[in-house]
Write a protein that binds this ligand. Sequence first.
Ligand code: PMP
Length: 312
Amino acid sequence: MATPMAYLRGEFMPLEDAKIGIMTHGFNYGTAVFEGIRGNWNEEQGQLYLFRVRDHVQRLRLSSKIMRMALQISDDDLVAQIHELAQHSGFREDVYVRPMVYKSSEVLGVRMHDLDDDYLLYLAPFGAYLDPDAGARCMTSSWRRVDDTSIPARAKVNGLYVNNAMAKTEAQLSGFDEAILLNQDGHVSEESGENIAIIRDGVIITPPPQDNILEGITLETALDVAREHLGLDVLRRSIDRSELYIADEVLMTGTAAHVTPVVEVDRVPVGDGQPGQVTKQLQDRYFQIITGRIPQYLDWLTPVYSDSIVSA
Ligand code: PMP
């Protein structure tokens, strides 16, 4: 039977048994960094494919470095442990893996130094996050994206996500699906858990890292597909709010959201208000890639089950 599993303090265990103390520094002050990795189920092949695990592990290490935290395991070993976690969990559906490096000391006091670092992993089943077919209705948030001068924006810092959570809640309570955050300069940065891109005259345009985006792995994948498969030019430059209103297409990318069309921004329809054609092609190719249907991209995938487990 499939069971969500965790890895905590050096041991695999059922997720329900994985507990930390209430004084844990990372919980009290948000002093932790994390990743989100998807496992995508392919029914015909009876296989679960983890997507770009090594890239997520590398980003976790960079986030840790920025935050002066030690990730005390090699990339190879962590990739192997994530694989093992998925095997132990045994799901035959889409899943999500959460690796986290956190300040594990149970002491009071705001700081990053003189504290213990540890890491943990857990896995849970996870279906669609946003509707990939209907697309998302988005609003420009009244909250600005946190600036790199306040909290390192290119690191996935747990505490930073208060910014994203406030924006997401504002959007949902206002009747929208997702929030678009502007940065302190007023340029479009990203959404609460996704990068954003627009298409104008056959060019895919997306903000540069210095607009305080998280350097997304799904975005990088989508840009690769846009170039290689659709022959689009890719442009990295700042985007204004009003440019979203006149773009041919708007889309967002993220581990949870995959490639999702944006059909409305601030109640202005994007194009004719239907998911864009280029976005649909990108999305289609992306789904094929992450479910192991395109040989050229198999290097990005970690098949969880050996044949014997699949046929069992
Ligand atoms: N921006 C934010 C704020 C996110 O949380 C995420 C999800 N990790 C992304 C962008 C997209 O990044 P990725 O494609 O690597 O999941």
